[in-house]
Structure formats: structure tokens, C-alpha cells
Write a protein that binds this ligand. Structure first.
Ligand code: UDP
Length: 238
């Protein structure tokens, strides 16, 4: 018998990098397709799933500002990049027969719905996957903070952060050979040690509102469903 889900409603944060596959820029259709199948398998467990997608595979405000752009203008471009990613994930999910809605924090009614919290909750209750686009809708923020904000607003039981590695380490394990991996951390430890999980505002929001963060490696097939059923390798922060 399949393991039972530990959560009723989760938010999955996927960075732009997570949609890029082995490319240097943009979207890798095979990777998007694989993530859609992971999301579908969790939805099929009866878990309500919402997603926040990043945009770093296309544009980051900070990089634009470093090249002389106005930061707020650059961030607006970054937020628009997340809308492209959201629409592409939506397309992959709908191709698999999963009903979805994209809700953008920047209204663009001819492309997708605008973010309306109660409407998003209703979609989830009906079994639709809701993909939140355009971050928080404000420059100077990140999609990590957007993920924490939406997880809190939607009453999620956990924020699941899809990572490039299988949890939180004391240093980047791709650069530091003896970096220590943690199974469990408190929010305080993450902030006090400045561990590279999500930005401090995202961590604080989750801490203040008791939403645990689970960091796991999205590269492994079935990883998302495993985490939701309490199996596999991950770091839990609470
Ligand atoms: N962004 C923003 N406000 C937000 C979320 C994102 O201005 O609430 C912009 C910011 O420029 C950021 C870009 O959108 O660099 C892409 O988001 P992010 O870097 O968080 O994406 P990820 O690293 O997850 O791919």
C-alpha cells in the first residue's frame, strides 16, 4: 500500500534554476515535464498543492541592477520572468490532465488570474494546482519570500523547498568537501548561523507563523512524493 501523506496542503517552491535542467538559460521542457509529473503524483495522493516559481533562469533584478539598470525596473522584469515559468509549468500540468490555475501578483487578466487569496483556496479545495506567479508583486523581494508569504496566507502545513542538494548543509557541499548536512534545524539556528536556505525574511515569516520548511533534492525521481509521505532525505526546519 502506498504511504499516506503527512500533509493536507503544501506549497512547493521551485527556483528558476530548477526549471533550467542542464542549460545555462531559460526553460528545459524535459525538466518542466518531470516536475509536472512530480506535482501530479503528490496531487494524486490527495494533497492540495500550490507552487511558487522563481525566475532566475531568465532574469534576476540584482544582476540587471549590477549592470546599471534601475533596481525596481529590473525587479519588475524579474517578476515577469516568473510568469513565463508559471505558464510553462501550467502547460505541462494541464497536458497531463491536472487542472491548474495561475494567479499573478501583478494583474494581467488576459494571461492568468490575479492573486485572490480566497479564490486560490477554493481552487485548492477543488483539487486544482495553483501556481503563484510574479512573486510578491513588489520589487526588492524574492520568490523565496513570496513562497513563505503564500504558504502562510494559504494555511499550508509546510513549505517544501526544491533544492539542488538533499538538504541544508553548513556550507555549499559542491564547493566545501567536509560540509555537514543537517536532518533537523530550528529557524533560530538557520538565522543565527546565516545558513543558505532561503532569505532571512522568508525564514522569519515561516518562523512567526509556524510553517515548517522542508528542503529536499528535486533531482531524484519521486522525491516530492517521498517528502510528503515523510520518506527520503530532507532537512526539516521548524
Ligand atoms: N522579484 C521581485 N519581487 C518578488 C519576487 C521576485 O522583484 O517578490 C524579482 C527579482 O528581481 C528576482 C526575480 O524576480 O531576482 C526572480 O526571482 P528569484 O530571484 O527569487 O527567482 P529564483 O532565484 O527562485 O529563480
Amino acid at each position: 500500500m502506498a504511504a499516506a501523506a503527512k500533509f493536507r496542503r503544501v506549497l512547493l517552491k521551485i527556483s528558476g534554476e530548477g526549471l533550467m535542467g542542464s542549460r545555462n538559460y531559460g526553460l528545459d521542457p524535459e525538466t518542466v515535464e518531470r516536475i509536472a509529473s512530480e506535482v501530479q503524483s503528490v496531487r494524486d495522493l490527495g494533497v492540495e498543492v500550490c507552487c511558487v516559481v522563481g525566475g532566475g533562469n531568465i532574469f534576476r533584478g540584482l544582476s540587471g541592477a549590477a549592470k546599471g539598470m534601475d533596481r525596481a525596473a529590473a525587479d519588475n522584469i524579474g517578476m515577469l520572468a516568473t510568469v513565463m515559468n508559471a505558464l510553462s509549468l501550467q502547460n505541462a500540468l494541464e497536458n497531463r490532465g491536472v487542472f491548474t490555475r495561475v494567479q499573478s501578483a501583478i494583474p494581467m487578466p488576459s494571461v492568468c488570474e490575479s492573486f485572490i487569496r480566497r479564490r486560490a483556496i477554493r481552487h485548492l479545495e477543488k483539487g486544482r494546482v495553483v501556481i503563484f506567479a510574479a512573486g510578491t508583486g513588489n520589487p526588492f523581494f524574492t520568490t523565496d519570500t513570496a513562497a513563505a508569504l503564500r504558504a502562510v496566507e494559504m494555511g499550508c502545513d509546510a513549505l517544501l523547498k526544491a533544492s539542488q542538494v538533499d538538504g541544508v548543509y553548513s556550507a555549499d557541499p559542491k564547493k566545501v568537501k567536509d560540509a555537514v548536512r543537517y536532518d533537523y534545524l530550528t529557524f533560530h539556528e538557520v538565522l543565527a548561523r546565516d545558513l543558505a536556505v532561503m532569505d532571512a525574511s522568508a525564514i522569519s515569516l515561516c518562523r512567526e507563523n509556524n510553517v515548517p520548511i522542508v528542503v529536499f533534492d528535486m533531482h531524484n525521481d519521486g522525491a516530492f512524493a517521498q517528502v510528503v509521505t515523510g520518506q527520503g532525505r530532507f532537512t526539516i526546519i521548524k
